[in-house]
Design a protein around this ligand. Structure first.
Ligand SMILES: [Zn+2]
Length: 286
């Protein structure tokens, strides 16, 4: 999956004292696009702090990969960088984060860094002002949080929980395709509502999208999914009773029981959904 970057290790402990050095990597976003360069056809690269000419005070520490690779976020994103013309002439350009995934670029830890950075910049942008009183917010001195200097309201990173569900019917699993967006095979998925458990989300989403009742709901694994600001929790379960599918055609364009051997996987191995389909294809039973 996208977060499986071994032998590299993500260290995401917040360090409020970290300041960029010349070779720190700086993630510069413009809307959903990130400033990057592709070398040797496949190799994804981000500019160094020295190369961007970004102002130190605009850069927020994000995370570290291994002992040596420090990533910062340029919060002045959207404004022209001092050396922009030179950057563009050297092949740096703004690239859509979703398209990076579609192009299956390497190395994987840099792709994961883009997705995680995109999740973080969304949060920094969305918390520029206090949601209670409208005052511009400041950064907490001790943790990754934004604090309102007027009313004291503290905003923590926003991570939206959602479930991915493999609904099993004997040697078949419920495969779906979304009406819009991602074009490949998927499983039932949906966001957790306030007041329900993850298991309740599973039962509700399966019922809403397919009209099927489920039992034996069993947790599998989770996955950070920065593209949609999510944490995904994967569950398998079994159909309970009537197996007839009544598809929600507002969300889906396809929903059917597909036998193990007929499952067509996604074109890359980044998603929890794909891993769950693969595991079932290879013989998994609840
Ligand atoms: Zn406030």
């Amino acid at each position: 999956m996208i977060q499986d970057i071994y032998p590299h290790v993500l260290a995401n402990h917040y360090n409020e004292k970290a300041v960029p050095s010349g070779d720190s990597k700086v993630l510069v976003f413009r809307e959903q696009d990130i400033l990057a360069r592709i070398r040797h056809d496949q190799e994804l690269e981000y500019p160094s702090f020295a190369r961007t000419g970004a102002a130190k005070e605009d850069c927020t520490y994000l995370f570290r990969i291994d002992e040596t690779e420090y990533y910062f976020l340029d919060l002045a994103a959207g404004e022209e960088l001092p050396g922009a013309a030179d950057l563009y002439s050297e092949g740096w350009e703004f690239m859509n984060v979703r398209s990076l995934r579609r192009n299956v670029l390497e190395p994987r830890h840099e792709l994961f860094a883009a997705m995680t950075g995109k999740h973080l910049i969304d949060w920094y942008r969305d918390t520029a002002f206090c949601g209670r009183c409208g005052t511009p917010t400041g950064k907490s001195a001790t943790e990754r949080a934004k604090v309102c200097p007027n009313c004291g309201y503290t905003m923590y990173p926003r991570i939206m929980p959602a479930v991915i569900v493999g609904v099993i019917n004997g040697d078949s699993i419920l495969i779906t395709k979304y009406r819009t967006g991602f074009a490949h095979n998927a499983l039932i998925a949906g966001f957790t509502e306030i007041g329900e458990t993850l298991e309740e989300t599973v039962a509700r989403e399966v019922m809403e999208e397919s009209g099927v009742r489920v039992k034996n709901i069993t947790y599998y694994k989770s996955q950070p999914w920065g593209i949609a600001n999510d944490i995904l929790a994967g569950f398998y379960c079994e159909v309970d009773g009537d197996t007839q599918i009544r598809m929600d055609s507002n969300e889906l364009k396809y929903a059917a029981w597909v036998r193990r051997e007929d499952i067509v996987l996604q074109p890359d191995d980044f998603s929890l959904t794909n891993e769950m389909m693969l595991r079932f294809k290879e013989g998994f039973r609840l």
